[in-house]
Design a protein around this ligand. Sequence first.
Ligand code: ADP
Length: 333
Amino acid sequence: TDPETATEAMMPQEQDGSLRPRRMDEMVGQRDVIERLKIAIDAAQGRGEPLGHILFDGPPGLGKTTFATVIPTEMGSHVHMANGAGLKAPKDLLPYLTNLAEGDVLFIDEIHRVPKAVEEYLYTAMEDYRIDIVLGDGVSARTLNYELRPFTLIGATTRAGMLSAPLRDRFQIREHLGWYTEAELCEIVRRNSIKLKVPIDDPAANVIAGRSRRTPRLANNRLLWVRDYVQAKADGTVNAKTATAALDMIGIDPLGLDKQDRGYLDTLIRIFVGGPTGLEAIAHTMNVSSDTLEDEVEPFLLRSELIVRTRRGRIATVKAYNHMKLPPPEASA
Ligand code: ADP
């Protein structure tokens, strides 16, 4: 495969959630978040009340959905999964709310995409476990008050800044999920290689962890690809050499950047002479949505100091020129 045409989409994905931790204690990293959640869970259970509503924010693949599934397990309750993009009208939300048993968790992923008209129903649901439905209109309009069983809403977003203040303020617990250390990712890779029954040595775990952009989901996907590769091409054992060859083959470089990440840097440096340039212009040139770039590409490039965001737009740093093996502006002038 030519690394320039290979994409992340070709990689095997953890579809069935088989690598997802089942309990909070099986989660790696995020120690302080876990500690605070455990206290909140213990306290709520002690009082015999539902856990307060929780908002998780952070880049994709860092464990928001995982938390939403392990928390109900800790509480002995069930989770109902919804996506903000699917809740287009109040009628889409109502079945979720009315199906909740006492103490259940309603998880709304991408909660920043819930439209305003639906969001308003969440206010009373969260605050008073109640929804008011207006039937008919004009003089014949009636309001039905519907009592809900006490529940916990868990919202997840990659864009905390896009949530309205009234919604944000109704979450008692707000947690930001940050990047994992390479040691934590190594631990995840090692544990999952045992689950997958692929023998893997420490240097190989380091290679996979090092090329996973500090993100558990990517570590899992890269591990699955490396497994496929060694089973097809080698004797099935993963070492640093086979892991490196497998990841090189699909265009994942030593920093963990994939083709799209490098396409972003290439566009910024070569087309826009390093910037500053607006996100929309980069997105148009690359023919991808600006949301994808902002959610999935830029966070790691910013964190790695390959780009900076200024009021005038995105700028490529000298580190980005060096990584792309292109002469920095001073040298080319
Ligand atoms: P998000 O909802 O933030 O996009 P997910 O919770 O879906 O991310 O995480 C993606 C995958 O990464 C999960 O299926 C799980 O296998 C793995 N993962 C996430 N967080 C952890 C963690 N703390 N420990 C171990 N594995 C994790």
